[in-house]
Write a protein that binds this ligand. Structure first.
Ligand SMILES: Cc1cc2nc3c(=O)[nH]c(=O)nc-3n(C[C@H](O)[C@H](O)[C@H](O)COP(=O)(O)OP(=O)(O)OC[C@H]3O[C@@H](n4cnc5c(N)ncnc54)[C@H](O)[C@@H]3O)c2cc1C
Ligand code: HEM
Length: 404
């Protein structure tokens, strides 16, 4: 909780600091990477940096956290903190690195806001920073402990046991621990970070949802190759995985993290009706959830919704349909912008839930591009699904939080 004195100062300066945050974070990253070039090369996503996405996510989260502290002084915004902490844990972020970030963030604040940063203002925002940082550090240390690893020690070598081309642009990599140990379990919907060494020596990290069954002896990730649309370049890591990684190769993979998971209350005792809505490569966490539900003999209604460009572009389409069909009360609805003959049940166009029954008490899990998730969320709210029962995963920095 913020001290009363700091709360008054943060309230008075929030509009000015909020407006300056984009400039502050730009200066912050410039200073951080000048002092620690290895962080840009081997930890941060340099594509996001170049495109400015991550800047917005960090700025948005600090402003949202400060606002939350003022509006709800007795509550911790656990959903927001949880998402960031899971991402940090998948990257192996440690408590000491918060000191480094603090140093460069506050140097940037002083530089951008100049004399407006009186000692009182600096102290109040310092308190905001450490409230957020310490909350994140505490969650991250619990996440490391739960996986039985020392803080930050999340990386292991895995062998690519098989590779399957799913569509022209998506391939599944089946992985087994290189040391022969059994593959540790994960919760349906979680992801891993994968670190690859690129031709210029940078070791870039990206996240991939685990698309296979949580209890199986191997782990699977399904990666879509990101094709750049001029002037944007092709995606670095997805292109590397597609072009270079074959059966028998090694990959450096983190422990599994992510908080878009089927929680125990859904799975225990029959559970609530579920709706699993995805678009494009956003189907991967849904496949792992479906594998789990089918394996557990789940009997409650499960509505599966997916949108894609065409059936040929729909990665894991056959598994998506077959796993849904295994559920006694499972129904799949697939929409394609360009349908193909021979699939009579398919629908044409964008996902439209008007004719889809959504039972009361439904819990929804969404994954796909932001416009898709916004549209599905609006449709679900219109059908009476409670806002608190709509969970989502973004395959990039969470700009939904930054803009809402
Ligand atoms: C939790 C989570 C789970 C995920 N699960 C999956 C999954 O199961 N399967 C999957 O395929 N993906 C998944 N992703 C996405 C994945 O992590 C990567 O973001 C994706 O593979 C693209 O990475 P890349 O290195 O190929 O592209 P990047 O190099 O990171 O590029 C990303 C985008 O930025 C643009 N860009 C890069 N540099 C610039 C520049 N200088 N100027 C302008 N634009 C630029 C590129 O053109 C591209 O459109 C997931 C992401 C998250 C966060
Ligand atoms: C209070 C301090 C911090 C805040 C508020 C913060 C906030 C965030 C947010 C909001 C994201 C995006 C999460 C998402 O939507 O996926 C993120 C990602 C990330 N954070 Fe932090 N963070 C903090 C500290 C740190 C520290 C100490 C490090 C390590 C040096 C770090 C490294 C990263 C990295 C590497 C990513 C992923 C970025 C990318 O790959 O583009 N963060 N952080």
């Amino acid at each position: 909780m913020l001290s009363e004195k700091s709360a008054a100062t943060v309230r008075a300066t929030l509009p000015a600091v909020g407006a300056a945050l984009p400039a502050v974070t730009e200066r912050f990253y410039a200073g951080l990477f000048a002092a620690h070039p290895e962080l840009l090369r081997d930890l941060f996503n340099r594509g996001n940096q170049a495109a400015g996405f991550q800047r917005q996510a960090l700025a948005g989260s600090i402003a949202a956290f400060a606002t939350h502290l003022l509006d709800h002084p007795d509550e911790r915004p656990d959903v927001m903190l949880g998402r960031v902490a899971h991402k940090h844990a998948s990257l192996g972020v440690t408590a000491e690195q918060y000191e480094v970030v603090h140093e460069h963030l506050f140097a940037a604040i002083a530089e951008v806001l100049g004399e407006a940063v009186t000692p009182e203002v600096a102290a109040a925002w310092d308190e905001v920073y450490w409230l957020m940082a310490n909350a994140l550090i505490a969650i991250e240390s619990r996440l490391y402990a739960a996986r039985g690893v020392a803080a930050g020690d999340v990386w292991r070598e895995w062998t690519v046991e098989g590779r399957t081309e799913e569509t022209a642009d998506a391939a599944t990599f089946r992985l087994r621990p290189a040391d022969g140990a059994p593959a540790p379990g994960f919760r349906p919907g979680q992801y891993v970070s994968v670190q690859v060494e690129l031709p210029d020596g940078a070791r870039q990290i990206r996240q991939y949802s685990l698309s296979g069954a949580p209890g199986s002896a191997t782990r699977s990730i399904t990666v879509k190759r990101v094709r750049g649309e001029a002037p944007s370049p092709d995606g670095e890591v997805s292109l590397h995985l597609h072009a270079r990684v074959r059966e028998g190769d090694r990959l450096r993979v983190s422990a599994p993290y992510g908080d878009l998971v089927l929680d125990a209350s859904v799975l225990d005792g029959g559970g609530a009706p579920l709706l699993l809505a995805s678009a494009g490569i956003g189907c991967t966490p849904m496949l792992s959830m479906l594998e789990h539900l089918a394996g557990a003999g789940h009997r409650a209604p499960v509505t599966v919704v997916h949108g894609d460009r065409s059936p040929a572009d729909h990665a894991l389409r056959a598994d998506h349909a077959a796993l849904t069909a295994k559920l006694p009360d499972g129904t799949a609805h697939f929409w394609y912008e360009r349908p193909e003959p021979g699939h009579p049940g398919d629908r044409t166009g964008l996902v439209d839930l008007a004719s889809v029954a959504v039972p009361s008490g439904t819990r929804a899990y969404l994954c796909g591009p932001l416009p898709f998730m916004r549209s599905v969320r609006t449709q679900l709210l219109g059908k009476g699904v409670a806002a608190a029962d709509i969970h989502y995963e973004v395959f990039g920095p969470d700009l939904w939080l930054a803009h809402d």
